[in-house]
Design a protein around this ligand. Structure first.
Ligand code: NMX
Ligand code: MLT
Length: 431
């Protein structure tokens, strides 16, 4: 048994006992109230999910298993995966064992390439990625074992099998579809001597004489991996997986949510917006020009991509980490400079709009400019990178959910007529 399996097999019985005890002894404790406004408002702020892999306090940002994300910027994504799953940093032996396990699983079946090759040449890279994950469903160990009568307390183990295979193959799939979709030539074979993110960078084929692009990929993969469980990609993955649809079904569903412009696709939109300002003003724009373009965007009824957040009320620490990387590696790049100028300008504009609760940049505001700097200029591809990273977190969440034996997700809905009745009753009681 691989060391990660062993570690989880040791930890999970205690976790199950703790959850059982908590629900038995304190099951009636109230954790949230729901207002009518929240029912119509995307359930914003309703505490109704359990997620142990990470948390996002509005005034602090992402904390993975107790470690603020700003302290994890030097980790390898494999270390972060171990941390997400176990709550501990891996030892050198544990890390090497996980890396060897991932390498052994990194084989993409030929039928995946055949399906991708049959898609229209102008398919969105996110549609290609999610199609690839979905067709690989036939590899699911969870489904095979479930069909064979697997016991409920082994669900986590079969989910972990699927999770590790998915994490292992995603860089190959994502790099292969990049080369196919953007006419970059044939696929580049993986280099097993490299770590997971550096190997991904190598398979993309972006020239990287300094190794800085590989460094960026490691950082990017750590920063985007998890953001508690209420965001669209995590919530969707968890909901689909709660029906015991295996992780191939669940992850492709969740990542379809990440493909929305209000969620992960904002990174594509954000770079598009930054480049458009540079194009419009013939170079890196002044703050006044950015102000004017921001006002024009808002007056057209569009959002400023990369700004605002459903939970955060500060500059996203993931943006801070990307900004620090850019200042260190490409401070003179005009696209990066525009990102900095937008950051110095846009929050003050958004602060003047009362309905906007968070005027600060989120993770998507800075990532595109860095990728662009290193020559990854095809910005419809950017959400694929977000997806490869996000798979680490949502797959870890699924393993934990099956370990805890969480049931099928099924909240209750009400009708507008029912809410009107409740509102009338409340008004009557107040008179
Ligand atoms: N530009 C213009 N308007 C905005 C922005 C923005 N950046 N952010 C929020 N608003 C508007 C929002 O559209 C809403 O308007 P309306 O009531 O007319 O529908 C109003 O302000 C209130 O929104 P909030 O309560 O502040 O934000 P909410 O929780 O509903 O949405 C986002 C959060 C992230 C969807 C929203 O801030 C947004 O659309 N931002 C731009 C897109 C983006 O960067 N998304 C990426 C999020 C991070 N990620 O990777 O997933
Ligand atoms: C995320 O990383 O999922 C985004 O910041 C969106 C969110 O948390 O709602």
């Amino acid at each position: 048994m691989a060391l990660l399996h062993e570690k989880l097999a040791q930890q999970i019985p205690a976790l199950r006992d703790a959850v059982k005890k908590l629900t038995k002894e304190s099951g009636a404790i109230k954790v949230s109230d729901v207002t009518l406004e929240q029912a119509y408002g995307g359930m914003r702020g309703v505490k109704s999910l359990v997620c142990d892999t990470s948390e996002v306090p509005p005034d602090k940002g992402l904390i993975i298993r107790g470690r603020p994300v700003g302290q994890l910027t030097r980790q390898l994504p494999e270390e972060t995966l171990w941390l997400l799953l176990t709550g501990e940093e891996p030892s050198a032996a544990e890390l090497a064992d996980l890396q060897a396990d991932l390498r052994a699983r990194a084989r993409v079946p030929d039928y995946v390439w055949a399906v991708l090759g049959a898609m229209p040449a102008d398919s969105h890279p996110m549609a290609m990625l999610n199609t690839a994950i979905l067709v690989m469903e036939r590899e699911s160990i969870f489904r095979q074992r479930y069909d064979g009568g697997m016991k409920k307390d082994e669900y986590w183990l079969a989910t972990l099998e699927d999770a590790l295979t998915i994490v292992a193959v995603l860089p190959e799939i994502a790099a292969g579809l990049y080369r196919m979709r953007f006419g970059k030539g044939s696929r580049i074979a993986g280099r097993p001597e490299l770590d997971w993110a550096a190997n991904f960078a190598a398979m993309l084929g972006i020239p990287d004489p300094t190794g800085d692009f590989a460094r960026l990929m490691r950082l990017y993969m750590v920063l985007h991996c998890d953001h508690e469980s209420g965001n669209v990609s995590a919530l969707t993955t968890a909901t689909v997986n709660s029906a015991l649809s295996d992780l191939y079904y669940a992850l492709s569903s969740g990542l379809n949510g990440l493909a929305g412009p209000l969620h992960g696709l904002a990174n594509q939109e954000c770079l598009g917006w930054v480049l458009e300002t540079n194009r419009k003003f013939g170079g890196s724009p002044t703050k006044e020009q950015i102000q004017a373009y921001a006002q024009e965007t808002l007056s057209a009824g569009r959002v400023i991509p990369g700004y605002g957040h459903a939970v955060l009320r500060i500059t996203d620490p993931r943006f801070d980490a990307l900004l620090a990387f850019g200042k260190q590696h490409c401070a003179d790049d005009p696209v990066f400079q525009t990102v900095v100028h937008v950051f110095e300008t846009v929050p003050d504009i958004l602060k003047t709009i009362q309905k906007i609760k968070d005027p600060w940049p989120n993770v998507d505001a800075g990532s595109g400019a860095l990728l662009y700097h290193y020559g990854l200029t095809e910005f419809p591809y950017y959400t694929v990178l977000f997806s490869v990273s996000r798979a680490l977190g949502v797959c870890a969440q699924a393993v934990m959910a099956r370990a805890m034996g969480l049931p099928i997700t099924r909240p209750k809905s009400v009708t507008t007529r029912w809410l009107q009745g409740e509102a009338a009753k409340a008004a009557g009681a107040a008179m």
